[in-house]
Design a protein around this ligand. Structure first.
Ligand SMILES: Nc1ncnc2c1ncn2[C@@H]1O[C@H](COP(=O)(O)OP(=O)(O)OP(=O)(O)O)[C@@H](O)[C@H]1O
Ligand SMILES: [Mg+2]
Length: 368
């Protein structure tokens, strides 16, 4: 195990009312690269557990209740985490208690440091495998949903597009006829005609988005310079930014080219930036940045904003087709982004921006 992986330190919740012992264990674990919180009672442990933990190290005898019951409750509340029980006497009874509580191991006091670290490493391996499994099943469910959406919308979009094209054509005929009328009569007629044209254009746009799901275009990745793509997006954002009094910031570090499709990468960043615009108040900001990824073969593109961030309870859902919290939203922006990024062999995550708003982080493989 590598407890100091760049993502974040593994979190241990240590529950023991023996303060000197808890301090001692905390030092050992912190030196080994764990992030440790300590609690001296069941109540304190449950309060801390709400902030999340990977492994809980729980003493069997606690002042306000049984460690085994606490362990069981914690395991039920966070099934992806693991619990290790600590016991003063290794008896058959304590071993049984540990099994019943769903603990993955139990350690006898006084705790021997190498044994402690080995046990925690094993527990962390379990934790990682739980979260990998969950991520895999989430992706499979999403792929299934996307495929269903694709099939349905392919037919529907096709059927809508034909009458829509016919309407657009008739509109052109009307516009031409109106164009032949004396100038003073044209004005009041042209205005509603332009409105209809704009709406038809908008519908056509939405259909185009739908069709991207149904039959994604062929993908021939080329080496793409990231900065000009981001510059173009920023240029396009100038107008809306001014209108909404939102500052657009940039932070471009030198990065190698990525392997991808210029237009689709632009579409990804544009979608993320428009979402960020929707999330910030007047006077807020949206920042687009790029930097070399932590993994040397990747480039990171970040879109941060000064909004309220994405609430934890909807984080899992925002990439699902049709999930939206906006009255006018279609909920297709992020699923399209996700599909394009996956097509690029990259990943997208939602995090907290350093200043507290949302951060959408793309990691795209560099070009060769
Ligand atoms: N930067 C952000 N800050 C806060 N919430 C966000 C942000 N970006 C996306 N979201 C949330 O994710 C949801 C889904 O976004 P998505 O782009 O898929 O759809 P949408 O923006 O609602 O509609 P549209 O199809 O018009 O893009 C949003 O409704 C919003 O709740
Ligand atoms: Mg959107």
């Amino acid at each position: 195990m590598n407890p100091s992986s760049p993502a974040r330190l593994p979190r241990v919740l240590l529950v023991d009312d023996n303060a000197p012992l808890a301090e001692n264990l905390r030092d050992i674990l912190a030196d080994a690269g764990f992030s440790v919180r300590t609690a001296g009672s069941c109540a304190e442990a449950q309060a801390l557990a709400r902030h999340g933990f990977d492994v809980a190290l729980v003493d069997l005898a606690l002042p306000d209740g049984s460690g085994a019951e606490l362990a069981q409750a914690m395991k039920e509340a966070s099934p992806d985490s693991e619990v290790v029980l600590l016991t003063g006497h290794a008896t058959m009874e304590s071993a049984l208690q540990a099994v019943r509580a769903g603990a993955c191991a139990y350690l006898q006091k006084p705790v021997n440091p190498p044994e402690l670290l080995m046990t925690l490493e094993t527990a962390m391996r379990h934790v990682r495998s739980h979260s990998e499994k969950r991520e895999l099943s989430r992706r499979a469910a999403m792929a299934e949903k996307l495929a269903a959406v694709g099939t349905m919308t392919a037919g529907l979009s096709h059927e809508i597009r034909n009458p829509l094209n016919a309407a657009a054509l008739q509109l052109t005929v009307l516009e031409r006829r109106v164009g032949r009328l004396p100038a003073p009569e044209q004005g009041p007629l042209l205005q509603p005609l332009h409105l209809v044209r704009d709406e038809i254009r908008r519908l056509d746009h939405i259909l185009e988005d739908f069709l991207q799901f149904a039959r994604p275009r062929e993908f021939y990745p080329k080496a793409v310079d990231v900065t000009p793509v981001l510059e173009r997006v920023l240029a396009l954002l100038g107008g809306p930014a001014e209108k909404r009094h939102v500052r657009v910031l940039r932070d471009f570090a030198p990065v190698p080219p990525v392997a991808g499709d210029v237009e689709r990468l632009q579409q990804v960043v544009m979608n993320l930036a428009l979402n960020a615009f929707d999330a910030v108040r007047e006077g807020g900001w949206v920042r687009v940045s790029c930097r070399p990824g932590e993994h040397p073969d990747t480039v990171e593109i970040l879109v941060d904003d000064s909004g309220a961030g994405v609430a934890p309870e909807i984080r899992e859902r925002i990439f699902e087709p049709f999930f939206t919290t906006k009255a006018q939203g279609s909920g297709l922006g992020l699923p399209i982004v996700h599909a394009i990024v996956t097509q690029h062999g990259g990943t997208i995550t939602v995090e907290d921006a350093p200043e507290g708003g949302a951060r959408f982080a793309l990691r795209v493989p560099r070009g060769r």
